[in-house]
Design a protein around this ligand. Structure first.
Ligand code: HEM
Length: 139
């Protein structure tokens, strides 16, 4: 009697956007830390619209309270890497997804497509945003 074993998947198959663990991790990172960071980033930066001194106080707070290496580590592990993972795996999901808005006219079908289109737009916006607000000032 021969024993049946599950077929071994190569990395290409594992990355096909239907990997259970990566998909759940992708959903989680969209909410925390990426979504959480987005809300607090918009909230704290909007202080500048009330009065620049409030915004400066926020910047001072972050620079004063934590040593630089801790701040950089937090930026890397709580912002850059989760956002990079969410974005890159988002592209994998988008690449393997099948839009059906021309076949079905339900709101959910439109939402499915818009979520992917908005993700791609957000990605290029974020590249521009990080370049224009941070990188270009350091060059
Ligand atoms: C500020 C940046 C972003 C935030 C706050 C965010 C947040 C989220 C959230 C909360 C979800 C829902 C997760 C779920 O229901 O499973 C999601 C899904 C998704 N995101 Fe993002 N996202 C961002 C950027 C991006 C980028 C840059 C891409 C790149 C293409 C992307 C692609 C996707 C895709 C394809 C899904 C659907 C996943 C699925 O169908 O299971 N997102 N995002």
């Amino acid at each position: 009697m021969s024993v049946q074993t599950a077929p071994q998947l190569g990395w290409r198959e594992k990355l096909k956007g239907d990997n259970y663990f990566l998909h759940k991790l992708h959903s989680l990172t969209g909410i925390f830390p990426v979504g959480y960071y987005l809300v607090q980033h918009l909230f704290l930066n909007s202080m500048a619209a009330i009065d620049p001194k409030y915004f400066n106080a926020v910047v001072y707070f972050f620079n004063a309270i934590l040593p630089k290496p801790v701040l950089w580590a937090m930026e890397l592990f709580l912002i850059v890497l989760p956002l990079l993972f969410h974005s890159l795996y988002g592209f994998v999901i988008t690449y393997h997804g099948k839009s059906n808005i021309f076949k079905y006219k339900f709101r959910e079908n439109l939402g499915y497509t818009l979520q992917r289109v908005s993700g791609v737009v957000i990605f290029f916006f974020l590249l521009f945003h990080v370049y224009s607000t941070t990188v270009s000032h350091k060059l």
